[in-house]
Design a protein around this ligand. Structure first.
Ligand code: IMP
Length: 382
């Protein structure tokens, strides 16, 4: 049986959870490998409603093992809230949920910074979820981050939090005029949280390696979507992780040869949350209808999702950068209501914008602003 990666092939919210849930029936392990509590999916079973941001929804099947890999940025408060919610609904994740000891931790500095930066950016804001994802990944790359394993030992945690506080409190004061966050309080709170998540913490890489060797079946559950990938997406209007299939390997600590199939999930139309280019966006009644029928409201922030027609170049790009072997199309029934539907088959590349004075690089190309003479000379995107 194949080990599969499930990837969003648009701007996220493609209905990956439904596909993951279906493939979970055939799997032993379900693995998150990137992103954090910016993701969100809602699962309804009978009269019970579950909203997951971090824990794979596979946890609802009591014979499945769920893993949060090192590529995820973990908010322990959110994780414990999800664990508590599972308990109240009669589900016991103990012994079946494992968190990588080398995953980075989202601290209060990160969400505060995320919101402050967005506020200051005004019209240029990315439209983040405000969950501290970008600042946490930046600290990881800047080598001043805190990892899950550090929460277990004050001798590890204290110097790291103190160093991080020095950087961010200065930033809060000088650049954003927001109150400083007391590192002593953070150390105290996160040591306590560390003790609570300790039973779940493991060397996940070793665990998955052993599982693969034993012939267990793995499903890697992507979050967000390909066009929000920090390298392949509509930069800078992207999330801060690699959302593409190749990262399943890095973010779970397992070699790429363990992966057999890549399933892309696409919605039969397109949605996007937050700011940035969206060539097929419908800013009219049709867009509103798609939103209403498709129930297109963010699971994490409750924001209206921007809606538009299916954009084939976007999905072609996803096929290329992920090496898709399969495609799952969701929400086709939402289109039943329409007498006719449109599909974008080609679009001008972002590079084309560079040659027209009226377009910003990477912005959606307003057709009226692009001289067709100029654009005919430009390459079209794949
Ligand atoms: P961040 O990931 O919170 O930094 O947000 C960066 C961009 O990614 C924003 O446009 C968000 O709306 C978008 N984003 C983050 N997570 C999701 C998701 O799960 N679904 C859809 N968009 C998302």
């Amino acid at each position: 049986m194949a080990n599969r990666v499930v990837i969003g092939s648009q701007w996220g919210d493609e209905g990956k959870a439904k596909v993951v849930d279906f493939l979970t029936l055939d799997a032993d392990y379900i693995v998150r490998f990137q992103g954090g509590a910016n993701a969100g999916h809602t699962v309804e079973v009978g009269d019970k409603k579950f909203v997951f941001h971090l824990i794979p929804s596979g946890i609802m099947h009591d014979d499945k093992i769920c893993v949060i890999g090192n590529g995820v940025v973990l908010d322990p408060v959110q994780t414990l809230a999800e664990i508590a919610d599972l308990h109240t609904k009669g589900i016991n994740p103990e012994g079946r949920l494992f968190i990588a000891d080398n995953a980075h931790v989202v601290l209060p500095y990160h969400s505060t910074l995320d919101k402050a930066k967005e506020k200051k950016a005004g019209k240029g804001a990315i439209g983040t979820t405000g969950r501290g994802i970008g600042p946490c990944y930046s600290d990881k790359v800047n080598r001043i981050g805190v990892r899950v394993g550090d929460l277990m030992d004050e001798r590890e945690l204290r110097p790291r939090v103190e160093a991080m506080a020095k950087v961010h409190n200065e930033e809060f004061k000088v650049m954003y005029d927001v109150p400083e966050i007391d590192p002593e309080q953070v150390i105290k709170d996160y040591l306590e949280l560390g003790q609570k998540i300790k039973p779940f913490v493991r060397d996940v890489s070793a665990m998955l390696y052993a599982a693969v060797k034993a012939g267990k079946r793995l499903v890697f559950e992507g979050a967000q979507g390909t066009i929000l990938d920090v390298d392949q997406g509509t930069y800078p209007f992207v999330t801060s992780s690699n959302t593409v299939a190749g990262y399943a390997s890095c973010g779970a600590g397992i070699g790429p040869t363990a992966i057999d199939q890549v399933v892309g999930v696409v919605k039969a139309y397109t949605t996007r949350v937050g700011n940035g280019p969206f060539p097929t966006e419908l800013l009219d009644e049709t867009g509103d209808t798609l939103r209403k029928i498709g129930n297109e409201y963010g699971a994490t922030t409750g924001r209206n999702r921007r809606c538009g027609w299916f954009d084939a170049p976007v999905v072609r790009k996803a096929a290329v950068v992920n090496g898709l072997t399969h495609l799952a199309i969701t929400k086709l029934d939402v289109l039943d209501t329409f007498d006719s539907i449109k599909i974008c088959t080609h679009s001008r590349s972002a590079a084309a914008c560079r040659f027209t004075k009226k377009c910003r690089v990477g912005s959606a190309i307003p057709p009226s602003a692009v001289s067709s003479k100029t654009c005919r000379k430009m390459p079209v995107s794949i």
